[in-house]
Design a protein around this ligand. Structure first.
Ligand SMILES: [Zn+2]
Length: 181
């Protein structure tokens, strides 16, 4: 008899935990969306009109399109179209404060692929030479005095610079060794 009571008690505890978890989750969702609506105030972004995709970007429910691209197009590109040489679809849109959920036009910047990579530190210039970010510096690499082994390729140290915990490889060398054509 006691066993049955314990069994029922466990089921009740389990249900209570399940209900609390869903309440806590609901509460955090509400808070999250309050914050998103506040950040993007005036752009019509809310829980009924938009959702967060699995890459963490806001999309419109009506047409599945990315909110930040649409806002960048309407508030920046359309108003200054003379400044842009290419059609909007060829450009990338950058979030200045790195918050993907902040789609205010002040936070957005329309850039071509190269300039976008420069903004993100994937491309840097040193002594008028272009360098491409290839790997983390803190990893242990097989190396000699003159070369280092990265991604299965020996690269001369003369073609490499170390910056902010990253290894950058000279552009021509990158093209030759990392994108064989
Ligand atoms: Zn960006």
């Amino acid at each position: 008899m006691l066993g049955v009571y314990i069994y029922i008690l466990f089921i009740i505890i389990f249900c209570v935990i399940l209900v609390s978890i869903s309440f806590i989750d609901y509460y955090f969702q509400i808070q999250k969306w309050k914050n998103i609506e506040q950040i993007n105030y005036g752009f019509g972004i809310n829980r009924r009109t938009a959702f967060i995709d699995n890459l963490g970007y806001l999309r419109w429910k009506k047409d599945n399109k990315l909110c930040h691209r649409e806002i960048a197009y309407n508030y920046i590109y359309k108003k200054n179209w003379q400044e842009y040489k290419m059609p909007f679809s060829k450009y990338e849109v950058h979030h200045k404060n790195k918050n993907k959920l902040d789609c205010k036009h002040e936070n957005l910047e329309i850039l071509d692929r190269e300039n976008h990579r420069i903004r993100h530190g994937e491309i840097i210039f040193y002594n008028n030479r272009k360098f491409i970010r290839v790997a983390r510096e803190r990893r242990r690499y097989v190396r000699t005095k003159k070369a280092i082994l990265i991604a299965g390729r020996w690269i001369p140290l003369s073609q490499i610079i170390f910056r902010h915990d990253w290894i950058y490889l000279a552009d021509w060398c990158y093209k030759k060794k990392f994108e064989p054509k």
